[in-house]
Design a protein around this ligand. Structure first.
Ligand SMILES: O=C(O)C(=O)C[C@]1(C(=O)O)C=C[C@@H](O)C=C1
Length: 365
């Protein structure tokens, strides 16, 4: 008899549990729709005022036996998991997300495949200083079978008195060299107004670390039909980096590759702290090619090779490194750039490591 009473009550509790489950999921479905609507309207997902209003209503109508604090705690858990649901929904639909596209994005430029699983080298001077300077690097690229040349024409510098770059003239030099030596050219553009002009000269537009959250530049780059190399911000979180890339894809341009270039930390032994774990994280979270800039991250010639090996070993799609015919007289980053003989030793050591297998040119399609 006593058992019957308990069993009866438990059956009632089971029914109530199922009713609560049904209501909780009904509520969650509404919250998901609400999250999408707020996204469209650009509202924050977390709304403390709304939560306070709901808790007040619940407490005003609380007849017990749970006390008011227990009711507040219970529903705060519901609000939190509702917010998590909205955040997950948002992440789930990111265009850069692996959940959106499982297969790797491969960007092919002049037969060079960025992100195809064969790590490549992106090398060149910090700044384009003259045709002869870039030509010397380009000729070495050809000798070494390298296909991608970087060079800065617009240089965001800490001091306004430092060399700011040759501007359009620098892009013209890159265009000439890229055509003469069949090299993929990459250069940083710092303002939306220059994107169209730059697209006539270079093959890949770089958005630098200091512009990672220049949202108007990101959106403008998203409206181009041009590959974009996006560098991680000096103090950007992985999430901010991913959302910055999402800005570009959200405007239609899916040809985006990411570059981990070190983050600003308390450490002074290196120029920045190379966040090596960012590479596998970004490869897991996104389908975009991921590169490692060993020059700007370490700022030390003696660390270029070990960090390049590490960058490839953890799964990056390649390494960016600065090389200059005569670094001692370079107009920027003099102490970090390799001269050509040292750069060739760098390439040879990477080849000897077996991690880097040289540049494989896509079969003519
Ligand atoms: O009302 C909203 O704006 C919601 O997003 C729903 C909801 C909720 O669970 O009720 C979720 C998160 C917010 O912080 C506030 C409320």
């Amino acid at each position: 008899m006593a058992h019957d009473v308990i069993d009866t009550m438990r059956k009632q509790i089971d029914e109530i549990n199922l009713q609560i489950l049904d209501l909780i999921n009904k509520r969650a479905t509404l919250v998901q729709e609400l999250g999408k609507e707020k996204e469209k309207q650009g509202s924050n997902r977390f709304d403390p005022e709304r939560e306070r209003q709901m808790l007040n209503l619940l407490v005003e109508n609380n007849k017990g036996p749970f006390n008011d604090n227990t009711v507040r705690h219970l529903f705060k858990q519901i609000f939190q998991v509702s917010l998590d649901l909205q955040n997950d929904d948002k992440k789930k639909v990111l265009l850069v997300s692996r959940k959106k596209q499982a297969e790797d994005t491969v960007i092919t430029v002049k037969g060079v495949e960025f992100g195809a699983g064969n790590p490549i080298l992106i090398a060149g001077p910090c700044s384009v200083e003259s045709y002869e300077q870039v030509k010397a690097v380009a000729e070495n690229h050809v000798k070494r079978g390298l296909r991608t040349l970087r060079g800065g024409a617009y240089k965001p510098r800490t001091s306004p008195y430092d060399f700011q770059g040759l501007g359009e003239e620098g892009l013209q030099i890159l265009k000439r060299i890229g055509d003469e030596y069949n090299l993929v050219t990459i250069s940083e553009i710092v303002t939306p107004a220059d994107l169209e002009m730059a697209s006539n000269y270079i093959d890949v537009i770089q958005i630098g670390a200091r512009n990672m959250q220049n949202f108007e530049l990101l959106k403008a780059a998203g409206r181009l039909n041009k590959p974009i190399l996006l560098k991680r911000g000096l103090s950007a979180t992985i999430e901010e980096f991913i959302y910055a890339a999402e800005y570009i894809l959200s405007e239609g341009n899916t040809q985006v590759m990411l570059c981990e270039r070190g983050i600003r930390t308390y450490e002074k032994a290196t120029r920045n702290t190379l966040d090596i774990s960012a590479v596998p994280l970004l490869k897991q979270e996104t389908h975009l090619p991921v590169f490692v800039d060993v020059t700007h991250s370490t700022g030390r010639r003696d660390l270029l090779l070990p960090t390049a090996k590490a960058g490839i070993a953890v799964g990056s799609d390649g390494i960016m490194v600065e090389v200059h015919p005569d670094p001692d007289v370079a107009l920027s980053d003099a102490k970090q750039q390799l001269n050509i003989p040292d750069f060739n030793q760098f390439v040879d050591a990477l080849l000897a490591s077996g991690l880097y297998k040289g540049e494989v040119v896509a079969a003519r399609g």
